[in-house]
Design a binder for this molecule. Structure first.
Ligand code: ZN
Length: 156
C-alpha cells in the first residue's frame, strides 16, 4: 500500500522518532508499505517520519535490493567524507550538496527481528543510510546542505 509522503513544513519531519519495541505484524506491514511508497515515488530511501509515523524504521534500495532496518544506528565510520548533491522525497524540487561519511557501520534489527544486524556500507548506500537515519532524528538534508538549488520540474 502506498502511503502519503509528508512534505517539508510538516512537524512530523522534525520529530525525534521513537524506538521500535517489538517487530509485530503492524510494524512489518508498515515497513512493507514504506517500501511500496518508496518505489512508487522512485526514491532510494524512506524513513517512517516521512509517512507521518515517528518510529525508528528506514527502508532503502540503492539498486541492490530492499533493506529494512529497525532502530538503525551508526556505530562506526571511516575517516573520509565526501560531498555529493542529494535530494529528498519530502523536499520536492530542491537539491543540495551534503558532506557525509564515505564508509559507515550501521547496527539495527532486520525484518525478521532476530538479533542485531551489522551492516558495512559505503558509497551511495552509506549516504542513503545517513540521510534516512537523520530523518529519524528530525534532521533534513537542507539543514546540512550547501549550494541548494531548484530542480527543473519533471514533465511526465
Ligand atoms: Zn529524505
Amino acid at each position: 500500500m502506498v502511503l502519503k509522503i509528508r512534505k517539508h513544513g510538516d512537524p512530523v519531519l522534525r520529530m525525534q522518532a521513537l524506538p521500535v519495541k517489538k517487530i509485530n505484524e503492524e510494524i512489518q506491514a508498515l515497513a512493507k508499505n514504506m517500501l511500496d511508497t518508496m518505489y512508487a515515488a522512485d526514491g532510494i530511501g524512506l524513513a517512517a517520519n516521512q509517512v507521518g509515523i515517528p518510529v525508528r524504521i528506514v527502508v532503502i534500495d540503492v539498486g541492490e535490493g530492499p533493506i529494512t532496518l529497525f532502530n538503525p544506528r551508526i556505530v562506526n565510520h571511516g575517516e573520509d567524507k565526501a560531498v555529493l548533491r542529494e535530494g529528498c522525497l519530502s523536499v520536492p524540487g530542491l537539491t543540495g550538496e551534503v558532506e557525509r561519511w564515505k564508509k559507515i557501520t550501521v547496527e539495527g534489527m532486520t525484518q525478521n527481528g532476530v538479533g542485531c544486524e551489522k551492516l558495512e556500507a559505503e558509497g551511495l548506500l552509506a549516504r542513503a543510510l545517513q540521510h534516512e537515519i537523520d530523518h529519524l532524528d528530525g534532521v533534513l538534508f537542507l539543514d546540512k546542505a550547501k549550494n541548494i538549488e531548484e530542480e527543473e520540474e519533471d514533465e511526465e
